[in-house]
Design a protein around this ligand. Structure first.
Ligand SMILES: *Cc1c(COP(=O)(O)O)cnc(C)c1O
Length: 400
C-alpha cells in the first residue's frame, strides 16, 4: 500500500516543479515499464482503453475490419475495437480457464478478419502461443489486452510481448494503480514511433520524421499521461514484484482450500503459464452441490460473512452498445446493411459456454483480497464451507 514517507517525496517534487504535462518523469516511467516487461519500447497513454485504440489504429485496423476477441472481459475491450471502426467478433470461452477457447478461433476467421485481440483475463495468461500460431498462419495482427496482466508470464516470457503490441492499464482498481493511465509495449520501434506521434496530435516522432516529414504531418489525437501520474506509477512499481508474489502464494493456498469443497471449481491455468498477476481470483459455483442455492443467494451469504465477492462480467456479445455502434453514422457508411443486420450478428456471435459462465457460474474475488494473510484465506474457505453446510436454511431465507 501507499507509504507516505517513501512514496510521497518524488510525487511532491513533481507537484512543486510545476511541470505537470508530459516530460522527463513520463519518459522515465516508459523506459522502466519497457524494461520491466521485457519489451524494446513503451509509450504511455491516458488509460488502457485508449492504449488499445491507439495500438489497433496504428496497426491499420479500422472500418470494414473484423477483430476476434473473447466475450469474457471488461467492456473496454469491445469498445476499443468499435472506436477504430472495426467490428468485434466473439470466440466462445473455455469455462475451465475463463479464457478464449483457442480451438474455436479459426472457424471465426473470414476475409474481413484483420486482427486478434486476446485478453489475459484475471491476469491469467491465455494460450498466447497457440493464438500467435493461428495469427501468423492467417496473417493477422495481434494486440494483447494485458490490462490485468502486469508481470504475468507464459513459458517464462511476459505477456504483452507476444503480439505486435501489448496494452496495460494503471486505473485505480488495478494492481499498479495511478488513478488513470495506460501503456503500449512493443519490439516494433516504428510502431511505437507511430503510436507516440498519434498520442501527441500526430506530430511526427522518431522514425516517423523520415517517413512523413517533421511538424504536423500525421493524423492523430492526444492521449498523453501527466508527470504526477508517472511519479505515482514509479512509486507503485517498486512494490509490484513482491505483491505479485504474495498474490500468487495466497491464490495457490486459497485454491487448494476451495477445491476441497464440492461445487467450487477454481480457475485452471494452461500448463505453460509460469506467472500469474491475479487481478481476479475466479471460480465456478455449481449450485447442485449447494442444495440448489442460487448463485445470487450464495454471493449474498458470502458477503454477509464479510467476504467481498462478485458475480463478474455480463455477456458482452449481446449488449445494446453493439447495436448502438451499428446504428452510428460512421458504421452505416462503412458497412453494408447485410453486415449491420444485428439479428444475424447476434446469431454469428452466440457463445453458449460464456453464457453459462456469466449467467450461472462465475464468482470472483478481487486482487486486494489476495494481499491478506493466510488466516484471511482460511476464513474465506471456512465461510464457503459454512454456507454449504447451511445451504438448505439459507435457501429458505432467500426463497430461492
Ligand atoms: C481495466 C481494463 C481495461 C481498460 O483499462 P482502462 O485503463 O480502465 O481504460 C481493458 N481491458 C481489461 C481486461 C481491463 O480490465
Amino acid at each position: 500500500m501507499w507509504k507516505a514517507e517513501a512514496d510521497e517525496p518524488p510525487v511532491l517534487d513533481v507537484l512543486r516543479s510545476g511541470v505537470w504535462s508530459r516530460a522527463k518523469v513520463v519518459t522515465e516511467f516508459e523506459e522502466t515499464w519497457a524494461k520491466t516487461i521485457g519489451a524494446k519500447r513503451c509509450v504511455t497513454t491516458v488509460n488502457g482503453t485508449n492504449a488499445m485504440i491507439c495500438a489497433l489504429t496504428n496497426l491499420d485496423v479500422g472500418g470494414g475490419d473484423e477483430v476476434i476477441m473473447p466475450p469474457y472481459t471488461f467492456i473496454a475491450t469491445p469498445q476499443a475495437i468499435l472506436q477504430t471502426g472495426a467490428m468485434p467478433v466473439f470466440v466462445d470461452t473455455d469455462r475451465e480457464t475463463f479464457q478464449m477457447d483457442v480451438s474455436k478461433i479459426e472457424e471465426k476467421i473470414t476475409p474481413r478478419t484483420r486482427a486478434i485481440l486476446p485478453v489475459h483475463i484475471a491476469g491469467i495468461p491465455c494460450d498466447i502461443e497457440g493464438i500467435m500460431k493461428i495469427a501468423r498462419k492467417h496473417n493477422l495482427v495481434v494486440v494483447e489486452d494485458a490490462c490485468q496482466a502486469w508481470l504475468s508470464e507464459f513459458n517464462h516470457k511476459k505477456v504483452g510481448t507476444f503480439g505486435d503490441a501489448g496494452c496495460f492499464s494503471f486505473q485505480n482498481s488495478k494492481n499498479i494503480p495511478m488513478g488513470e493511465g495506460g501503456a503500449i509495449v512493443s519490439d516494433d520501434e516504428e510502431l511505437i514511433d507511430r503510436c507516440y506521434s498519434y498520442h501527441n496530435f500526430g506530430i511526427a516522432q522518431g522514425s516517423m520524421v523520415a517517413k512523413h516529414g517533421s511538424g504536423l504531418s500525421m493524423f492523430g489525437t492526444k492521449l498523453r499521461l501527466t508527470e504526477y501520474q508517472a511519479a505515482i506509477g514509479l512509486a507503485q512499481l517498486k512494490r509490484l514484484e513482491a505483491q505479485t508474489d504474495l498474490r500468487s502464494e495466497n491464490a495457490a493456498y486459497l485454491k487448494a482450500g476451495l477445491e476441497t469443497i464440492p461445487g467450487i471449481i477454481p480457475y485452471k491455468v494452461h500448463q505453460k503459464v509460469t506467472r500469474v498477476s491475479f487481478h481476479l481470483f475466479p471460480f465456478r459455483y455449481q449450485k447442485e452441490a449447494f442444495k440448489g442455492l442460487s448463485r445470487a443467494a450464495f454471493l449474498s451469504a458470502l458477503a454477509a460473512e464479510g467476504v467481498p465477492c462478485s458475480n463478474g462480467y455480463v455477456t458482452l456479445n449481446n449488449q445494446p452498445f453493439l447495436a448502438n455502434a451499428f446504428q452510428s453514422k460512421n458504421f452505416r457508411k462503412m458497412y453494408s446493411p447485410q453486415q449491420l443486420d444485428f439479428k444475424a450478428y447476434l446469431e454469428r456471435n452466440h457463445c453458449p459456454q460464456n453464457d453459462i459462465l456469466c449467467n450461472e457460474e462465475a464468482v470472483w474475488f478481487t486482487q486486494n483480497i489476495l494481499l491478506g494473510s493466510r488466516a484471511d484465506m482460511d476464513y474465506i474457505v471456512s465461510a464457503v464451507a459454512k454456507i454449504q453446510k447451511n445451504a438448505e436454511t439459507i435457501k429458505k431465507a432467500f426463497g430461492k
